[in-house]
Design a binder for this molecule. Structure first.
Ligand code: FAD
Ligand code: NAI
Length: 466
């Protein structure tokens, strides 16, 4: 078979690239080694984790907060099998949706491992060993990422789990130890804490969510601690010994010192992800990778080998589904002769806990490091009418604007629905808005979005409600 474009991997990067290319008239095929489309995100990432976050939050609401609202439902009982089935329903709905969209756009699907046999040639090796050669003008590598392993710690997906195993537990662990206070550790740690686990999070650095704004990290950690999570920061894991039942985790201060042990029923290793290029044949065709194993590309997603491109988690940049999708669209447009583009300065980042954490643009730490003079406008949800009415007053909105031009440089939110609140400021930043632009935009009352407007007013010290 001969194509204009063959995309290897149908995660958010790959399937979106294929659909956009087909819309633009390119004859397109995808190759996926998983039984279902949608990649890490739909199968074992964004979607199942958000389904469990949603369900476990509802359980915690019923358990702890319904009484305050005057609703007596007695003591809610957990049916984890049913909750896992609910999660799977969300996954199936989404993966089937992608299959439908690929068909609707006349994208051919091949199931099997894709291997680049040479420029313009992709071999598809199916599970039963059969193979097929596809000829194509362009190849897109969209093979995503895999779990980072902790040296000396074997992941068996039962006692020592990665995020994939942590999404599949058949029982609530009594004690869960999470290694890594990043986004996976805090999201999945929250799920199992809400369902009854005692959760201890071990983090090598001296803060949670190290890539995010420092003030946000501090406040967020306090909120999670108040909810019952235990944190051991500046601590390194030196060993995990698995027994018949559970495991013993040995830790010591990051800078060295006395070791201690922590008992766990389940240990979640969540220390990051690495690009996945196994079996792709990159060495054979000479595609260059960097020191972290990421496929190297230019600003148009072209690798050093003519006709081979790469997008998503397998290349540099934040490992986020929407970043992969936007790169997929941009690359398809470039291949169709248009001028696709991604603005890397405005990629929102959301942690879907309760409350949520959301940010876009520069952090205070980055602005200080770059020597950019900025003004800060901050507004707490304790002063927002809707948050008070809902009883969700934890957190704040912080807007960082250029001292001279007032242009919004970064926005950081901890609070209920922060993931949705960040969208308006992302749009504003795309349009190069000033804090004044946001402050002068009418925001509906009573909504949480008024906290964004007030933070914009606070940039010039004229917030009304504090
Ligand atoms: P992937 O989604 O990893 O897809 C790559 C696909 O390529 C896979 O299906 C794989 O099977 C296939 N493949 C690999 N090699 C081959 C080959 N040789 N032949 C054929 N097929 C191949 N991001 C967010 O933005 N929001 C979230 O809420 C979020 N939650 C997450 C939760 C968890 C637990 C995890 C692990 C990740 C989460 N992410 C989230 C990150 C998100 O999943 C990734 O950024 C996103 O999936 C990257 O998309 P991609 O298309 O680059 O790769
Ligand atoms: P992460 O990079 O977010 O966090 C890893 C944490 O582990 C960091 O705080 C790091 O300092 C710490 N760490 C590293 N080595 C350690 C060690 N040896 N001992 C103790 N701590 C150690 O990675 P995570 O949480 O695994 O997630 C991977 C990626 O998946 C994220 O970076 C993100 O791109 C994506 N993701 C996005 C989500 C979202 O958008 N809501 C949700 C889940 C994942």
């Amino acid at each position: 078979m001969s194509y204009d474009l063959v995309v290897i991997g149908t995660g958010p990067g790959g399937y979106v690239c294929a659909i956009r290319a087909a819309q633009l008239g390119l004859k397109t095929a995808v190759v996926e080694k998983r039984a279902t489309h949608g990649g890490t995100c739909l199968n074992v990432g964004c979607i199942p984790s958000k389904a469990l976050l949603h369900a476990s939050e509802a359980f915690e609401e019923a358990n702890k907060h319904f009484g305050e609202l005057g609703i007596d439902v007695g003591t809610p009982k957990l049916d984890l099998t049913k909750m896992q089935a609910f999660k799977q329903g969300g996954v199936d709905g989404n993966t089937k949706g992608v299959e439908f969209l690929l068909k609707k756009n006349k994208v051919d699907s091949y199931h099997g491992r894709g291997r680049i046999a040479g420029a313009g040639r992709v071999e598809v090796i199916s599970d039963d060993g059969g193979n097929q050669m596809l000829e194509t003008k362009s190849i897109v590598i969209a093979t995503g990422s895999d779990v980072t392993r902790l040296p000396g710690v074997e992941i068996d997906e039962k006692t020592v789990v990665s995020s994939t195993g942590a999404l599949e537990l058949a029982q609530v662990p009594k004690k869960l130890v999470v290694i890594g206070a990043g986004v996976i550790g805090l999201e999945l740690g929250s799920v199992w804490r809400r369902l009854g686990a005692e959760v201890t999070v071990i983090e090598y650095l001296d803060r949670v969510l190290p890539g995010m704004d420092g003030e946000v990290g501090k406040q967020f950690q306090r909120i999670l601690a108040k909810q019952g999570m235990t944190f051991k920061l500046s601590t390194k894991v030196t060993g995990v010994a698995v027994a018949d039942k559970g495991a013993t985790v040995t830790v010591e201060p990051a800078q060295g010192g006395e070791a201690e042990t922590i008992e766990a029923d389940v240990v979640l290793v969540a220390i990051g992800r690495v690009p996945y290029t196994e079996g792709l044949g990159l060495e054979t065709v000479g595609v260059a990778t960097d020191e972290k194993g990421r496929v190297q590309t230019d600003s148009h997603y072209a690798t050093n080998v003519t006709g081979i491109y790469a997008i998503g988690d397998v290349i540099a940049g934040p490992m986020l589904a929407h970043k992969a999708e936007d790169e997929g669209v941009a690359l398809a447009e470039i291949l169709a002769g248009q001028s696709g583009h991604v603005n890397y300065g405005v990629i929102p980042n959301v942690v879907y806990t309760f409350p949520e954490v959301a940010s876009v643009g520069k952090t205070e730490e980055e602005l200080k490091k770059d020597g950019i003079a900025y003004k800060t406008g901050k507004f707490p949800f304790t002063a927002n009418g809707r948050a008070k009415a809902n009883g969700t007053t934890d957190g704040f909105v912080k807007i960082l604007a250029d001292t001279e031009t007032d242009r919004v440089l970064g926005v950081h939110i901890v609070g209920a629905d922060a993931g949705n609140l960040i969208a308006e400021v992302a749009v504003a930043m795309e349009f190069a808005a000033s804090a004044e632009d946001i402050a002068r935009t009418c925001h509906a009352h009573p909504t949480l979005t008024e906290a964004v407007k007030e933070a914009a007013l606070a940039v010039d010290k004229r917030a009304i409600h504090v």
